[in-house]
Design a protein around this ligand. Structure first.
Ligand SMILES: [Zn+2]
Length: 466
């Protein structure tokens, strides 16, 4: 059958896992746009294939990013002045100072460096939870989506597939107006936000691989009425993202002002369903975890950031036991390795419960396989890519792990995914392909030198800013 198909190139890999099964070896035929025409274990007759010594997995989708925060990764790891302890809230002050200083050009340089690094680590798409909307004085740019445009240009430079999620942010807290440092984030009301969403839609419509999402910052940053109005009026097919229950202080505030725990309040007052992606949901009680899982909604977990910020432990066992779905994000970008996120998530639970293999519920369950299936499939729901990865007709977006590494090559196929999840780092990756083309190879992004230079220049300029 394949002989009759005219294809652009034929690749041969040692193996390919499409989230359902392994193909070993795997012959992948691609068309000129890098879409999959076929995946088979036998070669088409007399057709020369390019041999790549690697194991193919669907590219990772990063379900939660604030790109600008990459500029401060590693620079908040000491106690603040005149303080003998540190927490999320003082970290946030440092982050707000950075947010106040970034120009659209600097945003583009930071995001381009970050996205190139994501690609090098095996991500092929990113959901950008984007709330830095206005100029440094808090005034809207002449083009409202100017900052979104900078993020889109960064994505286009690097090859990553961007899902732009403009965020509704209205106030500083339940009984607080926004502080001067929060002025760049604000929408006046739902109409103002929906206008920004519309302009962002027009922007991403110019790019064949970009997508749009709808987002609310958190219960503390939006009034219930406005939150409900936005969810009613936003296009129904878009994924819906919101931060929730990350910190105990937030739980106490929501209890005080809304009379319920945050996830419980959302379940009762919002039309929560499979379109929703609740970011963190760290502090859920047993009932919230069970009820949320039953709605089909997703949770986005960001284990390296949550660990860095001292957030707490997610109720993974309760949520998964009830059939809960989750994906991973890198949030503040203190860590950029997808397998590290999956390890952190499992190890946190192992330490907490003094047990092993916390993704598993049945005898014979394989941790790596369960973790990757959750992250890969539900990461795609979070970015609005609903197609089955690596299937016929879909773009060949893949991360290729090195099949020369004995730990991967010698692992039984049923355990190879765990060997990857629990031992891999970026040096285990041969490269990352997006639309059938290498965007990173041999630990280098295609445009690495230029991106390093622009990013370094921007970091210097931000540091020189008084
Ligand atoms: Zn976040």
């Amino acid at each position: 059958m394949l002989k009759n198909i005219s294809f652009h190139k034929l690749l041969r890999f040692d193996g390919l896992w499409d989230t359902q099964r392994w193909f070993e070896p795997a012959f992948v035929a691609l068309d000129a746009q890098g879409r999959v025409l076929s995946v088979t274990e036998t070669a088409p007759d007399h057709t020369p294939a390019e041999n790549i010594k690697g194991y193919v997995l669907p590219g990772h989708h990063n379900a939660h990013s604030h790109a600008f925060q990459y500029a401060m990764a590693g620079l908040a790891e000491r106690l603040p002045p005149h303080s003998a302890s540190d927490d999320f809230w003082s970290w946030r002050e440092t982050m707000y100072n950075l947010a106040g200083a970034v120009s659209p050009e600097q945003m583009e340089d930071i995001a381009a460096m970050l996205y190139a690094e994501m690609i090098r680590h095996g991500y092929t798409a990113v959901a950008e939870f984007h709330y830095l909307h206005h100029d440094k004085d808090g005034q809207p740019y002449a083009e409202k989506a100017t900052m979104g445009q900078a993020l889109l240009r960064a994505a286009q430079k690097t090859g990553i597939k961007l899902t732009l999620i403009p965020i509704f942010y209205q106030r500083g807290g339940f009984d607080r107006p926004a502080s001067p440092l929060q002025q760049r984030f604000l929408s006046q009301d739902p109409d103002d936000y929906l206008d920004l969403l519309e302009q962002s839609h027009a922007l991403i419509a110019t790019s064949p691989h970009a997508k749009l999402g709808v987002g609310i910052h958190s219960l503390r940053a939006a009034s219930p009425e406005h939150l409900q109005a936005i969810l009613r009026q936003a296009p129904p097919h878009l994924p819906r993202h919101i931060h929730v229950a990350e910190q105990q202080k937030e739980i106490q505030e929501v209890l005080q002002h809304l009379g319920q725990r945050p996830v419980a309040w959302m379940l009762q007052h919002l039309p929560i369903d499979e379109r929703f992606h609740l970011v963190h949901a760290t502090h859920m009680d047993h009932e919230e975890a069970q009820m949320l899982a039953k709605t089909g909604a997703h949770v986005v977990l960001c284990p390296s950031t949550e660990g860095n910020l001292g957030d707490g432990f997610f109720a993974l066992r309760e949520f998964m036991q009830a059939g809960g779905r989750w994906s991973i994000g890198t949030d503040s970008h203190i860590g950029l390795q997808p397998c590290e996120e999956l390890r952190w998530l499992d190890y946190g639970q192992r330490l907490r419960h003094e047990k092993r293999n916390m993704y598993c519920f049945q005898s014979g369950d394989e941790s790596g396989e369960i973790a990757l299936r959750q992250a890969i499939l539900h990461g795609r729901a979070a970015t609005g890519h609903h197609e089955t990865p690596l299937s016929v007709g879909q773009p060949f977006d893949a991360v290729i792990y090195n099949a020369r590494m004995p730990l991967f090559a010698m692992a039984p196929p049923t355990q190879r995914l765990s060997a990857i999840v629990y031992t891999a780092d970026v040096s285990s990756i041969l490269g990352t392909m997006i639309n059938g083309r290498w965007c990173a190879k041999d630990q280098q992004h295609l445009h690495q030198d230029a991106l390093y230079e622009a990013f370094s220049r921007t970091l210097q300029a931000l540091r020189d800013t008084p």
